[in-house]
Design a protein around this ligand. Structure first.
Ligand SMILES: NC(=O)C1=CN([C@@H]2O[C@H](COP(=O)(O)OP(=O)(O)OC[C@H]3O[C@@H](n4cnc5c(N)ncnc54)[C@H](OP(=O)(O)O)[C@@H]3O)[C@@H](O)[C@H]2O)C=CC1
Ligand SMILES: CC[C@](O)(C(C)=O)C(=O)O
Ligand SMILES: [Mg+2]
Ligand SMILES: [Mg+2]
Length: 490
C-alpha cells in the first residue's frame, strides 16, 4: 500500500483538501431512515465505539459489537463496555457476514490488520465506515470494489460525543464518501443517516473528504487542541511553583481553568474570551498572544507541512513498528510531570478568577486557535473545517483535562492524537523557554494589581478591531449561529 494522498496529482489533492460544504439542517430531514432496519456492527468498543454506539441505538438503529476473540475470552474492558450496556457482542465470524454497515472504530494503528481480517467476511455490497481517514489516506488501504466506504468523523472526544447527545445537542461532524468506493451511489445517504444517528447534525455537519478530514484533524489535535493545552499546562504550572504560588492552587487553576476560559470561547469566540478580562488584562493577553504567535508559527507550519507530505504519518508508523516505544515513553514522562502529580487543591476559585489569574492561559488559547486556523487555511483547508478543528473543539478537549488532567485527555483521545500531542509538546517546551523567563505571577497565578480599568483608547480600539476582524471570528459567528441548541457545560 502507498500513501493515497501522495499518489494523486496536485489538482486532485487541492480539490480534495478544499472539499467542505456546510450541510443545513434541512438536509437531515430523513434522519436515520437510510440506515433504519440495517444491521450496524461496530468493530471495537472504546472511546468512539461505545459512545457512538449508544447514540446510534438511542436514535433507533440496530447496533451490535464485534470484538477480537481475545477481548471476548478475557472479558476485557471493551467486552464489558458493550455487554454492560446491553449490546449483542460476537466474533467477526458471527456478526460480520450479516452486517450491512461495519463501523471500524479500532485504533488507527490496527486498521490495516482489522480491515484485512473483516473484509473477506463482509457481504457483497455492504459498507465500511471509519471515524478518521488515516487508513485510507495515509496508508492507502484498498477496499473491495463492491464495498461502499464512508466516514463520519466527530470533531470531539468520544466521551463528549455521548455527553452532548445526552444534553440534546451533538458535536460538529465531518462526513465523506471515498471516491474510489461508492459503487451503489448511496454512500452519502448512509453517511448522513449515520451522522444524524450520532446527533452530529444538531451541531453542524460538513460534507468533506477523507483527505480534508485527515489533514485537518491531525493538525488540530497536534497543535491547539491537545499539544498546546499540554504544553501550556506544564509551563504555567512550573512557572507558578517557581514563583512560590501554592501548588494546590496552581494545579486547580490550570486543571479547571482551560475549561472555564474556553467555555467563553465556545459561545462567543476569541473575542468573548478576551472580553471576559479587564481592559488592562485584555491588552496584556493580546500582547502575549502576539508574541507567542511569532515564536510558535514556524512550529505550526512544520506540523502542517509534515502532515500534508506524509512525513508525520511515516514517523508515527515507524513508532508503531517499534512497539510504540516513543508513545509509551512520552506517556510515562507526562505522568511524571509536576502538574500531573499535584492534585488540585481544596480551594475555592471563582469563575472570574480563572480569567483574571489566567491571563497567560487566555493568551495561549488565543495564539493556538488563531495559529492553527491560519495554518490550516493556508494549507488549503476550508475555513469551516478549520474552525471546527481549532476553536470549537478546544473546549471539548478542555473538559477532559478538567476531569482528570492530562492523563484523562490523553486517555480519551485517539492514540494517533496522543502521539501527535507529545510530538508537539516535545518541540514547544524548549521553544517557549526564553519567553517563559519573562513571565511573572501578574499573568499567571495572581493577576494584575491594577487599581483602575483605564487603558489607552487607541490601543483598545486596535485590539478590539483585530480580535473581531480575525477570520476565525467571522466563520465562527456564522457556524455558532446554526448551533441554536448548544448547551452550557459549566
Ligand atoms: N478517541 C477519540 O476521541 C476519537 C477517535 N477517532 C477515531 O476513532 C477510531 C477509534 O479510536 P478510539 O475510539 O480512540 O479507539 P480506542 O483505543 O478508544 O478503542 C479501540 C477499540 O478497538 C479494540 N481494538 C484494539 N486493537 C484491536 C485489534 N487489533 N483488533 C480489533 N479490535 C481492536 C479495543 O478493544 P480490545 O483491545 O479489548 O480488543 C477497543 O475496544 C480511530 O480511527 C480514531 O482515529 C475519531 C475522533 C475522535
Ligand atoms: C482531538 C483529538 C481527536 O482528533 C479528536 C477527539 O477529535 C482524536 O483523534 O482523538
Ligand atoms: Mg479530531
Ligand atoms: Mg484525531
Amino acid at each position: 500500500m502507498a500513501n493515497y494522498f501522495n499518489s494523486l496529482p496536485l489538482r486532485e489533492q487541492l480539490a480534495q483538501l478544499a472539499q467542505c460544504e456546510f450541510m443545513g439542517a434541512d438536509e437531515f430531514n430523513d434522519g436515520v431512515a437510510a440506515l433504519k432496519g440495517k444491521k450496524l456492527v461496530i468493530v471495537g468498543c472504546g472511546a468512539q465505539g461505545l459512545n457512538q454506539g449508544l447514540n446510534l441505538r438511542d436514535s433507533g438503529l440496530d447496533v451490535a459489537y464485534t470484538l477480537r476473540d481475545s477481548a471476548i475470552a478475557e472479558r476485557r474492558q471493551s467486552f464489558l463496555n458493550a455487554s454492560d450496556n446491553g449490546f449483542k457482542v460476537g466474533t467477526y465470524e458471527e456478526l460480520i457476514p450479516t452486517a450491512d454497515v461495519v463501523l471500524n472504530l479500532t485504533p488507527d494503528k490496527q486498521h490495516t490488520a482489522v480491515v484485512n481480517a473483516i473484509m473477506p467476511l463482509m457481504k457483497h455490497g455492504s459498507t465500511l465506515a471509519y471515524s478518521h481517514g488515516f487508513n485510507i489516506v495515509e496508508e492507502g488501504m484498498q477496499v473491495r470494489e463492491d464495498i461502499t466506504v464512508i466516514m463520519v468523523a466527530p470533531k470531539c472526544p468520544g466521551s463528549e460525543v455521548r455527553e452532548e447527545y445526552k444534553r440534546g445537542f451533538g458535536v460538529p461532524t465531518l462526513i465523506a464518501v471515498h471516491p474510489e468506493n461508492d459503487p451503489q451511489g448511496h454512500g452519502l445517504a448512509q453517511a448522513k443517516a449515520y451522522a444524524a444517528g450520532t446527533g452530529g447534525h444538531r451541531a453542524g455537519v460538513l460534507k468533506s473528504s477523507f483527505i480534508a478530514e485527515v489533514k485537518s484533524d491531525l493538525m488540530g489535535e497536534q497543535t491547539i487542541l491537545c499539544g498546546m493545552l499540554q504544553t501550556g499546562s506544564i509551563l504555567c504550572f512550573d512557572k507558578m511553583i517557581e514563583k512560590g504560588i501554592d501548588a494546590g492552587y496552581a494545579s486547580k487553576l490550570i486543571q479547571y481553568g482551560w475549561e472555564v476560559i474556553t467555555e467563553a470561547l465556545k459561545y462567543g469566540g476569541v473575542t468573548n474570551m478576551l472580553d471576559r478580562l479587564s481592559n488592562p488584562a485584555k491588552v496584556k493577553a493580546f500582547e502575549l498572544s502576539e508574541e507567542l504567535k511569532v515564536i510558535m508559527r514556524p512550529l505550526y507550519n512544520k506540523h502542517q507541512d509534515d502532515i500534508i507530505d506524509g512525513t508525520f504519518s511515516r514517523v508515527m508508523m515507524e513508532d508503531w513498528a517499534n512497539d510504540d516505544a516513543n508513545l509509551l515513553k512520552w506517556r510515562a514522562e507526562t505522568a511524571e510531570t509536576h502538574f500531573e502529580k499535584t492534585p488540585a487543591g481544596d480551594v475555592e476559585i471563582a469563575e472570574q478568577e480563572f480569567f483574571d489569574h489566567g491571563i497567560l492561559m487566555v493568551a495561549m488559547v488565543k495564539a493556538g486557535v488563531e495559529l492553527a486556523f491560519e495554518t490550516m487555511t493556508a494549507a488549503g483547508i476550508i475555513a469551516e473545517s478549520a474552525y471546527y478543528e481549532s476553536l470549537h473543539e478546544t473546549p471539548l478537549i478542555a473538559n477532559t483535562i478538567a476531569r482528570k488532567k492530562l492523563f484523562e485527555m490523553n486517555r480519551t483521545i485517539s492514540d494517533t492524537a496522543e502521539y501527535g500531542c507529545y510530538l508537539y509538546n516535545h518541540a514547544c517546551l524548549p521553544l517557549l523557554q526564553e519567553f517563559m523567563q519573562g513571565i511573572d505571577t501578574d499573568v499567571i497565578g495572581k493577576g494584575l494589581n491594577e487599581q483602575s480599568n483605564q487603558v489607552d483608547n487607541q490601543t483598545l480600539i486596535q485590539i478590539n478591531t483585530a480580535l473581531r476582524e480575525h477570520p476565525v471570528e467571522k466563520v465562527g459567528a456564522k457556524l455558532r449561529g446554526y448551533m441554536s441548541a448548544m448547551k452550557k457545560i459549566v
